[in-house]
Design a protein. Sequence first.
Length: 277
Amino acid sequence: MMSLLGTHPEIAEALGDAITLAREAGALIQTVRSEGFDTERKADNSPVTRADTGADRLIREGLAKLYPEDGILSEEHGTPPEGTSGRTWVIDPLDGTRGFISGSEEFAVQIGMLVGEKAVLGVVYEPAVDRLYWGAEGMGTYLVMRGGTTYPARLSPRGSFSEMRMVTSHSIPEERRQEFMSALGCQDGGSYHSVGVKIGRILRGECDIYWSGHKVSYWDSCAPLVILEQAGGVLTSIDGAPYTYDLNVERFEHSTSFVATAGSAHEQVCEKLRTAI
């Protein structure tokens, strides 16, 4: 990997550390799965396990030691980030907790970085299948498969809606899913847990369109946004506006749902979805 980062030494170290921490967190999550775990409920009634909290602690403590001047914002520790460097790490230690609990492979470790309000670095790791995506501004996006084989992200060349495939979240009722695909005139790309897992399907050329279906938090979108955009894809609000990350807010949540595409006909996709909602 370092050879790919040689022309960008200013972020090579941070990206390499994020990859290492994502893999270590993934190993912890897999260990918890094999040992068994209880499920608890957070204040918003969403599920949480010791895999979530353990991975969160591992990543936060690792980053705090390596980059003490950087801010850290995490789903499991959602207090305002403190830092003096202008950089903020945005972490979802286990995106797709429901998938993890259900026994599926649909969950991921997500580590992103902001400079100011702009997302510039992202790592998404799917520990159940040992598949990792990394990307950074100006560097493209790469997939690292089990065994270490690395290659650039390969977005779908499909250009017509009748050929495109739309991936959605399990949270969208099947009847509504079919309505949205009918409105777009596209094919069914399936339902999955985890934003990172679904963005990964676009990066591998398996799907072309993903609509989140609801508002998401900063830690849901930060790393996936970077790896999609640096591969040539597009992720915006459903209104077509860029996603930004204002840290001077009470809730670290975007105001609208997002649409992610392989880049082809993005504005038309947003328009059709707005009409169908």
